[in-house]
Design a protein around this ligand. Sequence first.
Ligand SMILES: [Zn+2]
Ligand SMILES: [Zn+2]
Length: 242
Amino acid sequence: MQKGLVKGRIAELVYPRRCPFCDCLLSGGEPYLCRRCASRLKFISGPVCMKCGRPVESDAVEYCDNCRRREHRFIRGFAPFPYRGMVQDSIMRFKYGSRAEYAGFYAAAILKYGSAHLEQWKPEMILPVPIHPDRYRKRGYNQAEEVARHLSVELGIPCASYEIYRKKNTRPQKGLTPSMRRKNLSDAFAVRDGARLPARVLLIDDIYTTGSTLDALAETAAKAGAEKIWFACVSIAPGQSV
Ligand SMILES: [Zn+2]
Ligand SMILES: [Zn+2]
């Protein structure tokens, strides 16, 4: 953990920090995002699905359409932001534009928005969605792992980076129907020989759409000994028809 912090500070000296939304250079008094974007940014508020945390129309609605239609392998989860507008643009740069540095802000947002859940769940380990080594080589980092490492330092619990790996370089999920997503992901993850996870595990990803990726990962985590599995994502697709 100490190593991560020191590395972060050195990186800050070499690469000036940028606002995750407008990409401007930040001043010393702006720890995560610029003042202009801070005034425009909105966390998800109002009633949400009790399973996945997606906004729903009213308090009378317990679950979103997606969670009503299918059973998930995790207990519950949340995301601080809807995946649209400035958040969507930011995540695209985070994922495909070499902006791994945004992870610190995303982790802080997860902690701020989800503190009550995290205090209640008491996860013992954080498990970011692993990416295939080929994709890792191309991108240079795993975006979910970047967020997870910051959360790990802040929460003081370990981040799993070895125990579960991605054995299949799946097609991007975008544009696939829910059943195609599940098929695409079957056997995507595997447990390393002899690896064990603790009972309470928190999965981390950048975008939640249908939950198929997290369901597949939760299933694999359960094989490695996880008993209670929750998730936190940076953003969630707000649409009801997913
Ligand atoms: Zn900004
Ligand atoms: Zn839901």
